[in-house]
Write a protein that binds this ligand. Sequence first.
Ligand code: CTP
Length: 227
Amino acid sequence: MKTTNNKPIVLITAGPTREAIDPVRFISNHSSGKMGYAIAGAFLDKGFEVILVSGPVNISLSHTSLRVIPVNSADEMYTACQKYFPVAQITIFAAAVADYKPAQVYTQKMKKSAHEFSLQMVKNVDIAFEFGKIKRNDQVSVGFALETNDEEQNALKKLYSKNLDLIVLNSVKDEAATFGYDTNKITIINRDFQFQAFPLKSKAEVAVDIVTAAIKVGQKQEQAVQA
Ligand code: CTP
């Protein structure tokens, strides 16, 4: 799968999503986007054409081989990815996608009243799950699992249910490996139940480990096709 300039394509989702309540309010999360952007940088260094579908973040990255597609909501992120997933050799689902969105988006700013107020939420699209259903065997996909408990069990569940090739587990038990930090401590798990645990590193170094592991899966796929 090549672009016109013959570079392999990687699709990356990054950052948080924002789910609108009304024109001035939204629901979101603490994702900084740093990990996804670091992965984009590492793929650019390896000569990939990078499509970065990014929720709202305070990071800027520019490169001749990089296309950043800014989005807000999970629905927008999914729609943007639909165009590029079929041509991507590798897809990295690094975004912290909101699992729920308000059932109704008010067109006017909601006014406060004397009463209590509750918001009905409906499920958002699971982007990694949807693309897992149509992934071809010449494509590699990598997801993330940020867990507080039963880490390995939850990560494995996501690896299989979303038809991923690799899952990157980070535990919020590691204080310096959570939202906003410049460091991360990960374990990469593959479909052969191999666990590769890495020490605490900078997000730039962690990105290189993830990119190296993803490229290795792609090379194995190619060898399997040629065999
Ligand atoms: N993901 C996604 N779309 C969603 C939710 C998650 O693409 N709507 C992707 C994330 O980018 C990540 C992986 O799926 O690569 C796991 O995300 P996570 O939030 O840890 O898991 P969930 O499936 O949302 O499960 P839970 O929040 O219950 O742990």
